[in-house]
Structures are given as structure tokens and as C-alpha cells.
Design a protein around this ligand. Structure first.
Ligand SMILES: Cc1ncc(COP(=O)(O)O)c(C=O)c1O
Length: 385
């Protein structure tokens, strides 16, 4: 039977028609007035989404480039940094830090759990050297945890006002309420192929005023990812190098879509879908990896009881229903499944996935699950739709 393809991975995500159309328009030169208008809309349009007073910088490269840039622009080689590692992407921050810096302190958090702010502060207090910057994920995509960024930023700022706080928001910016000033964040990075519902290929960074001053002083070598170049260009609605012109148009269209829906409604939609999906998975006897309190509004991990179920659910979703979901990463590879619900995904898309799960589980377990997940799901979302 034919089914429309449904991409439910935590990035890349489906592209809305309005964005798809503009990125297919004929090419324009990037040193033109026409492009300057596009760039201005893109830089300014992202500000409310990032909770940033400064224009948001855009790089023609994937999210990891912004992770790397957030290190080489803020930290000197002999400075001390702390990296919170709670999954695959924390490990990536650690690897980048160890590439450039001589003093990298790793604070490990059990995979599937969120950082405990008091315990983290005890750790920070136990370090004898001055720490230049603390690095963390906002949503650790590999475990689907969101860390308490607001509380963490506040605690670090109150005790160590000189320390910079850097947040990898690649898999949740665009779906969460974040504000650089309120949350004491100095650099917040994101990628295009996630909640910003663009194709892969752009990375973003928002920055505080004091971080901007710091970028100008830092001596760590960098060229393509030198924030100072991007800040200077953005002031003229330009770019230091040839940008992905088409995706800049996509960013401008994305900003319009957010304005039309209302950013608060965009956030609400993500949380409602999260809560509905979690209720459905529980009703389908598919245990959740993460406690409700720290569950991401963009991606949900569940733990089918056997490895046969793990592979059958993922394969049957794809082969019978044309629905693509993600498996686990790193130490969770082969142990969990993850459903992405970010960007343009709406309540009906997840309803479709839940009903497919009912059919698959009924076959796998010789027991009828028909109506169980969808009922639990609809009970949660009915007040919203
Ligand atoms: C939290 C997080 N950080 C960083 C990245 C890396 O982004 P990219 O693959 O675009 O380089 C990802 C990608 O999934 C991510 O989820």
C-alpha cells in the first residue's frame, strides 16, 4: 500500500513548501543589493528564535562547524575549559576541545540523565584553576535529554561571572524558549536541518556583547570560522565568503513562517506533541528512556524490550509505512529508537506514526494494540488542536 514518506529523524527534517520554493529560485549574485536584502532578513529574522539582541551569524557549513567556532573564538590554547558530556554530542565538544586546548576538564553525566546543577557547581568549585568557559548541549540528541540551561547559566554566572557559558542548541533552537541575556549564555549555536526546518548545510551562532569583545582578543588560530569576520560582514548585510545563497533565502522564508505561526505557538506545538507521544508510547508498553522532567520537545527515545523489537519496529515503520525514525548512537546504538518531532512536524504526522506502531506491535506481540496509543495520544492533544 502507498504511504507518503514521513521523515521523523532528529534532523534532517521535512522542508515546508514555502522554504522549498524559495531555495529553488534562480541563483543571484551574493555581492548584490538583492542578496543584501535576503541576508538582512535572515540575520534579523533569527534574533527572536535565538533570544538574541545581536544579529545571528550564519555559516555555510554543518552544525559541528559552529561547535568548533564557539571554541576557537572564545578560548586560548592554555586556558582551562569544562565540557559537560552526557552523550555523543558532548563527546564531540570534548574532541574538539582536546584538538585545540591543553586543559580540558570533562564533567560526565550518566547518559539519559540531565545535569544536576548543584552537583555540577560542586565540581566547578573543586577545580583549582580559573575556568574560561563551560560547554554543554541544550538538548543532547543522542539521549533526548534537555539540560536545565536557565538554572545552569544562572548558577555559573552568580559564582563565576567571568566564565563564559556556551550552549549547543543544534537540536532544539527553534523549538524552545531561550534568551541569551536571561539565561546567561555567551554563545548559542544551532544547525539548519533541525527545528529550523531547512536542508542541512548552514550553522548559526548567537553571541553576547562580552563574548564579542572576547572574540577580538583571543589568539587561537582560525581563519574560515573567525567570528570577527562574520560579525563585520553582518553589519553590512554581507558575508565574508561565498554563502549558500539559496539557503539564506530559506532562512528568510523560515523567519516569515515563524512570524506567521507565532514563535510561542511553535514552541507550544513541540511540547504538546512531545507530551502526546510520550503518553502514546507508555500506552503501547514501549518504555521511555528519559524522565518526563528532562524530556526534549524535539526528539523522544524509547526502549523496546528486545533487540528483535528494536530492529523490527524501525524496519517495519520504513518498509510498511514509509516512516523513517532513528536508532541509538554511541553506547545506545542498538538499544533504543528515537522519533524526531521537530520543525514542520504537526500533530497529525505523529498520530500517523503512533497508529503505525499499533499495527506493528499487534503483529509482533500477538496482542491487539489497536486504539491504545492513539487514544492516549489524542487525550493529550485534544485541547490543543
Ligand atoms: C546536539 C547536536 N550537536 C551537534 C550536531 C552536529 O551537527 P552537524 O551534523 O550538522 O554537524 C548535532 C547533529 O545531530 C546535534 O544533534
Amino acid at each position: 500500500m502507498y504511504h507518503h514518506p514521513l521523515l521523523l529523524t532528529p534532523g534532517p527534517t521535512p522542508i515546508p513548501d514555502r522554504i522549498q520554493r524559495v531555495i529553488q529560485e534562480p541563483m543571484i549574485g551574493h555581492r548584490t543589493k538583492e542578496f543584501e536584502k535576503v541576508a538582512e532578513k535572515a540575520y534579523k529574522g533569527l534574533k527572536p528564535v535565538f533570544g538574541s539582541e545581536n544579529d545571528v551569524l550564519i555559516f555555510t557549513s554543518s552544525g559541528t562547524s559552529a561547535l568548533e567556532a564557539s571554541m576557537v573564538n572564545l578560548v586560548n590554547p592554555d586556558d582551562h575549559v569544562v565540557v559537560i558530556v552526557s552523550g555523543t554530542f558532548g563527546n564531540r565538544f570534548k574532541q574538539i576541545a582536546e584538538t585545540y586546548f591543553n586543559h580540558v576538564h570533562v564533567y560526565n553525566v550518566t547518559w539519559g540523565e540531565a545535569v544536576n546543577v548543584n552537583e555540577f557547581m560542586d565540581y566547578l568549585n573543586s577545580l583549582t584553576e580559573d575556568v574560561t568557559a563551560v560547554y554543554t548541549q541544550y538538548c543532547e540528541t543522542s539521549t533526548t535529554v534537555v539540560h536545565p540551561i536557565h538554572e545552569l547559566g544562572k548558577a555559573i554566572h552568580e559564582k563565576y561571572p567571568e566564565t563564559y557559558f556556551v550552549v549547543d542548541g543544534v537540536s532544539c533552537v527553534g523549538a524552545v524558549d531561550v534568551n541569551l541575556k536571561r539565561d546567561n549564555i555567551d554563545v548559542l549555536v544551532a544547525g539548519s536541518q533541525k527545528a529550523l526546518m531547512l536542508p542541512p548545510g548552514l550553522a548559526f551562532a548567537a553571541y553576547s556583547d562580552r563574548a564579542k569583545d572576547r572574540f577580538a582578543e583571543v589568539e587561537t588560530p582560525r581563519f574560515y570560522l573567525d567570528f570577527n569576520k562574520y560579525i563585520a560582514s553582518a553589519e553590512n548585510n554581507s558575508t565574508p565568503f561565498t554563502p549558500n545563497v539559496s539557503l539564506y533565502k530559506g532562512v528568510a522564508a523560515y523567519a516569515e513562517l515563524v512570524e506567521d505561526e507565532g514563535f510561542n505557538n511553535v514552541i507550544k506545538r513541540h511540547y504538546v506533541i512531545r507530551d502526546g507521544l510520550r503518553a502514546a508510547l507508555k500506552a503501547l508498553d514501549l518504555p521511555l528512556l528519559v524522565e518526563d522532567e528532562y524530556a526534549s520537545p524535539t526528539v523522544t527515545a524509547f526502549v523496546p524490550p528486545t533487540s528483535e523489537e528494536i530492529s523490527s519496529i524501525k524496519n517495519q515503520l520504513l518498509n510498511r509505512f514509509n516512516i523513517t525514525i532513528a536508532g541509538g548512537q554511541g553506547k545506545l546504538k542498538g538499544k533504543i529508537l528515537r522519533i524526531g518531532h521537530l520543525g514542520t512536524i504537526d500533530t497529525a504526522d505523529i498520530l500517523q506514526c503512533v497508529s503505525a506502531l499499533e499495527v506493528i506491535l499487534s503483529d509482533l506481540r500477538n496482542e491487539s494494540y489497536i486504539g491504545k496509543g492513539t487514544k492516549a495520544y489524542l487525550e493529550v492533544i485534544k485541547d490543543y488542536v
